[in-house]
Ligand binder design. Structure first.
Ligand code: 3HC
Length: 697
């Protein structure tokens, strides 16, 4: 039983007890219903208190039960709420810490609610691609009004209990209890024990909003924001129903919306992301109780764009940072950019001046390695050249205290090699941040051959503190993210050779859900960056073919927006991409040189080749043990590469498509004489899973 029943004199206390967050799984729901029945059958019980054990009142429905028979097993959440509605003895919800989703909906079905200050209150279902399906869309507007409820339900963001309790006219909370919540709740329950009739949220009328067009305005605002997600608009419809329909009809409407949404791929993708993010931090061979090294002082080597962005993460988390550079002018420039980034946040009202002052007070800079000798974590973010890294790591090995963690922000180089420059390879790890490092959530943690377990445990913990999604990658060329991206970029080039235009490829990728297609991304990031890497590739991997089109584009100085022309033309000062006649000519020349007769390529093929080329590489990455799980690969792509969230990441998308279909498509692509046909041979793991009718996840 995941809910306990106890008598405190004449008050029965039902305690939700399903760690870690009292998810309302089947056993917990049964516990509540049985507890209520027991309390009603016992003539000595005058009132009931429902509360939560441990760190939450309740985090809501048990998400792990979704799309399984357990989710609807009786009693379901509606049955629990109906039992509460039918209670003839007063039921008081005593809320602390977290009341979310179904947990808040349960509380809203109680006659009274008392709350501890600082509790997070939310209906976050929209973030899982669904809507509150146990009465939340009908009950919350009745106690908080349409405006606040609509905002909470459409955004899914939590509000603090004390703020909600202060709102004029609110009927959500009957009392805020400072001090011992259970004692306060018991006292409250005794005060209301004789109340007649018992107040029920379902009997209230939803107060009309101040502005009648609030629903239309919200829908209009969601049009671009909610692209690809059906849930937000359905949230609006459901809250509107709370105003226009009677309670029972509103509940029925909500139930239909919920049932539709819970079956959508978008919702499955969001739930995959929710669990994927949490699973990524778990390392099977590193016990959760591994002692952590202390990280109280951080040093960053290099004040460039990456070094500055990396430093901001730690300053934001209240951890002092020393930035080291080789020349004063580099330091001045780097610190200037860092300050400007912060000041822009202040100007936009996103950061208070006094908070900025506090953060900057934690920052020091130096030209002298001796000044970072006592750092606990050093992150090198210097030029991507193994000789430069060698110099830095040898120096760090000499000066930095024993036991410190020495990290490299390398995006391509061999972390084991870097570790070998020191006499303490066990303390060396890759921390690959993504640009802009203070914004992007992904952190690829590259685990070297020798990296110690406590170093891994410590950096995963630090990642959480600086609010990153940390995904572990083994050492290989490009790690997880860039290794897969290489295949995507190569395919984008081949598509041009075969008959597509940059604008067709970009449009198809954007219709799939990428914020920008590969060529627009190139123009934004600078085509010279990829060119530089390719030139190295040509010598390192002579058999790996790339189209030459990208090189010619760069030879013509078409580096992208920064040079006013790239894959597209740009008008001075504007970012609107204009199809380029010069690029079209370059493409046609290359087709001629390769003897290719261009063909019409469907958008479906474009997207299939871009995405499934990555999936095939992803399968190899999994087989080689570079990534621990398919969901880790998805997290890399969702949090670092702008892969559309509603598709759940490349591996999840392949699962949704069906691996047998993916293999069949790859066999089809193999028939294309111009393409790298060997590449399209399905990776053994992919072929095996497809043949067995299984999935990656
Ligand atoms: N169901 C199942 N497991 C859940 C869960 C839930 N609703 N909420 C959290 N968990 C699990 C997490 O997966 C994690 O498990 P793990 O330790 O095995 O990795 C563990 O609880 C702790 O979660 P966090 O690491 O996120 O812990 P925090 O303390 O940082 O945050 C929280 C706690 C604020 C509750 C956060 O977990 C959260 O936001 N949870 C999701 C809440 C949610 O979306 N609720 C709505 C559910 S849908 C619903 O109620 C439908 C209804 O309307 C019909």
């Amino acid at each position: 039983m995941s809910a306990t029943y106890e008598l405190h004199g004449d008050v029965a206390v039902i305690t939700l007890n399903n760690p870690p967050v009292n998810g309302l799984g089947h056993a917990t729901r049964s516990g509540v219903v049985e507890g209520l029945a027991k309390a009603h059958a016992d003539a000595t019980v005058k009132a009931v208190v429902i509360t939560g054990a441990g760190k939450a009142f309740s985090g809501g429905a048990d998400i792990r039960e979704f799309n399984t028979p357990k989710a609807s097993a009786k009693p379901d959440l509606h049955d629990v709420n109906t039992a509460l509605d039918n209670a003839t003895k007063p039921v008081v919800a005593a809320i602390h810490s977290v009341a979310m989703g179904g947990g808040l909906e349960l509380a809203l079905s109680c006659n009274y609610r008392v709350v501890a200050p600082g509790a997070q209150i939310a209906l976050p279902e929209v973030k899982l691609g669904i809507l509150p399906g146990a009465g939340g869309t009908q009950r919350l507007p009745r106690v908080l009004g349409v405006e606040t409820s609509l905002n909470m339900i459409v955004s899914g963001e939590p509000a603090k209990s004390e703020a909600l309790a202060k709102a004029a006219g609110q009927k959500l909370f009957d009392r805020v209890i400072e001090g011992d919540l259970l004692q306060g709740a018991l006292a409250f329950a005794r005060e209301v024990a004789a109340a007649k009739p018992l107040p029920r949220v379902r009997d209230l009328k939803t107060p009309p909003p101040a502005s009648a067009d609030i629903f239309e305005t919200t829908r209009a605002a969601l049009k671009t924001k909610a692209r690809g997600f059906p849930a937000p608009l359905r949230c609006v419809d459901a809250v509107e129903a709370a105003l226009n329909k009677g309670f029972d009809d509103g509940i029925e409407f909500e139930r239909q919306q919920f049932e539709f949404l819970v079956g959508t791929n978008e919702s499955k993708a969001l739930r995959h992301a929710f669990f994927g993010e949490r699973t990524a931090s778990k390392l099977p061979d590193v016990p959760e109780d591994t002692p952590l090294r202390k990280i109280e002082k951080v040093a960053v080597i290099g004040a460039g764009t990456m070094g500055g962005g990396i430093s901001m993460n730690f300053l934001n988390a209240g951890i002092p940072v020393t930035i080291l550079e080789t020349k004063q002018e580099f330091l001045d420039r780097g610190l200037g950019v860092l300050r400007k980034n912060y000041e822009a946040q202040v100007a936009k009202g996103k950061l208070k001046q006094e908070v900025l002052d506090k953060r900057l007070a934690l920052l020091t800079s130096t030209l002298d390695y001796a000044a970072i000798a006592d750092a606990d974590l050093v992150i090198e973010a210097v030029y991507e050249d193994i000789a430069v890294k060698e110099q830095v790591f040898k120096k760090l090995d000499e000066v930095v205290r024993q036991g410190a963690i020495l990290a490299s922000n390398t995006s391509t180089l061999d972390v084991d090699k870097i570790a070998s420059f020191t006499k303490r390879p066990q303390d060396v790890v890759g921390l690959h941040f993504f640009s802009p490092a203070n914004v992007m959530r992904l952190l690829e943690v590259v685990r070297g051959k020798a990296t110690a377990k406590d170093v891994m445990a410590t950096v995963m913990n630090v990642a959480k503190k600086i609010k990153k999604v940390a995904v572990v990658s083994g050492v290989c060329d490009g790690f997880i993210g860039n290794r897969m991206l290489e295949q995507y970029t190569r395919q984008a080039g081949f598509l041009l050779e075969e008959g597509a235009s940059p604008q067709q490829v970009d449009k198809a990728a954007e219709a799939f859900g990428f914020a920008m297609g590969p060529f627009r991304v190139g123009d934004l990031a600078g085509n010279d960056v990829g060119w530089y890497i390719r030139k190295r590739r040509y010598t390192e991997k002579p058999n790996l073919r790339y189209t030459k089109i990208g090189d010619v584009v760069c030879e013509r100085g078409r580096f992208g927006q920064k040079t006013g022309k790239g894959w597209y033309d740009y008008e001075a000062g504007k970012r609107e991409p204009i199809p380029s006649a010069e690029v079209q000519q370059i493409i046609e020349d290359e087709r001629k040189a390769r003897g290719i007769t261009p063909r019409q390529i469907s958008d479906e093929e474009i997207v299939g080749r871009l995405v499934f080329s990555m999936v095939n590489e992803g399968a190899k990455i999994l087989e080689e043990g570079i990534a621990l799980r398919a969901s880790d690969i998805d997290m890399v792509y969702l949090t670092g590469y702008g892969f559309p969230l509603f598709r759940g990441g490349p591996m999840f998308h392949a699962d949704t498509t069906g691996l047998a279909k993916v293999v069949a498509l790859m066999k089809d692509y193999q028939k294309n004489p111009n393409d790298d046909t060997a590449f399209w041979e399905p990776a053994p793991l992919l072929a095996k899973l497809a043949a067995e009718g299984k999935t990656f996840n």
